[in-house]
Design a protein around this ligand. Structure first.
Ligand code: NAD
Length: 340
């Protein structure tokens, strides 16, 4: 784990430490400047490049990249980008066991988990394996400077969601709780600072630090209702990942509040508010984040099916899950109502 400003300079040494000499460089179109910096540092080690990563890791894209990896005999993966690019890297590592060096450019936190969500035939399936966990993560705060404010907000709330659900996880433990509470207070402090000044490097550093903390929570303990709903809405209705997390989080928290009063009190304290769910909603509106599923393009007629899918397979959650209850939650999220 490497964290700081200008840490990209250490990427070549990391690749060599992992025994790599033929790099497949993965990146997305909006991070071409960051990818150019990595290319510069890696020099002749870059053997091939692939810039086609897509949200929710479609298996068809993975197969395309896998073919390039095989024809170029790449022996190391270097991924520069958000969770989608990290997801592609993980999908390739799962199939080849090649080492990965990941440079995250958002706050999704995927780089520190051994979990991969892949989409095939309209369903997102999650799996976990040691081969999926990247060997090296290089956090360079500089690489997050280009993330537009709107995406910084939604990605920051995505990180917040990992920390929130860790605190009421059936597997929660005191060490992970500490990481989660630290992440929550950093996000609550950094998002308004960034909204006031999008070039605030301390706020960017706080957010990336929080992303690492929150990603560690996600990789350490099981998540609940909120992640299940977002996974369902992303995989089956094509909704965008971080935006969906942002809209759904206050509603999932309001639903779970009566089942996890102690966790909600600690979350509220870390946020510096009286009520955790309403506090998260207010934080989002104060930094102009999205609050309604209808704004994200979800059809009202799909809410019932979304609710059915979200409770179709049982999983641990602090409060019992019913189709009617989740349908009501999704209706509130669709309209963008502030939790009471
Ligand atoms: P993303 O990677 O799709 O990025 C969103 C958009 O932001 C893209 O267009 C990208 O090019 C652009 N972008 C990224 N960084 C940028 C930067 N610094 N400057 C300008 N533009 C930038 O979105 P995401 O929210 O980071 O990741 C979502 C994906 O990650 C989903 O598929 C989700 O399932 C997965 N994910 C997985 C885990 C896990 O542990 N398996 C955890 C979190 C997210």
């Amino acid at each position: 784990m490497i964290f700081g400003v200008g840490t990209v300079d250490q990427v070549r040494a990391e690749v060599e430490r992992l025994g790599g000499s033929r790099v497949l460089l993965l990146f997305g179109p909006q991070v071409s400047a960051a990818a150019a910096r990595v290319r510069e540092v890696l020099g002749e080690l870059v053997t091939a490049e692939f810039d086609g990563a897509a949200m929710h890791t479609p298996v068809t894209v993975t197969e395309e990249a896998l073919q390039l990896l095989r024809t170029t005999s790449a022996d190391c993966l270097v991924a520069v980008g958000g969770g989608s690019t990290t997801g592609l890297s993980k999908a390739l590592a799962l199939r080849t066991d090649l080492p990965q060096v990941v440079l995250p450019t958002t706050y999704a936190g995927s780089e520190v988990t051994s979990v991969l969500g892949e989409t095939a035939n309209g369903r997102k399936v999650t799996r976990s394996s040691p081969a999926i966990l990247p060997e090296t993560v290089v956090y360079d705060v500089d690489f997050t400077r280009s993330l537009p404010l709107g995406m910084s907000v939604t990605s920051g709330i995505n990180a917040l969601a990992h920390a929130v659900e860790a605190l009421y996880s059936a597997e929660s433990d005191p060490v992970v709780d500490g990481l989660a509470l630290d992440a929550i207070s950093r996000i609550a402090r950094a998002l308004p600072a960034l909204a006031a000044d999008p070039s605030d490097l301390d706020a960017r550093s706080d957010l990336l630090h929080a992303a690492w903390l929150a990603g560690t929570c996600l990789g350490s303990v099981g998540m609940g209702l909120h992640h299940k709903i977002c996974h369902t809405l992303g995989g089956s209705f094509g909704l965008p990942h971080a935006e969906t997390h942002t809209v759904v989080l206050p509603h999932a928290m309001a639903y779970n509040a009566s089942g996890a009063p102690d966790a909600m009190r600690r979350i509220a304290e870390a946020l510096g508010v009286d009520d955790a769910a309403a506090g998260v909603f207010d934080l989002i509106t104060s930094v102009h984040g999205p609050t309604a599923l209808r704004e994200l393009g979800m059809a009202e007629s799909d809410l019932a099916e979304g609710a059915r899918l979200a409770v179709a397979t049982p999983y641990p959650n602090p409060r019992d899950l019913t189709v009617e209850g989740i349908h009501g939650l999704l209706r509130d999220a669709w309209h963008g109502r502030r939790p009471q």
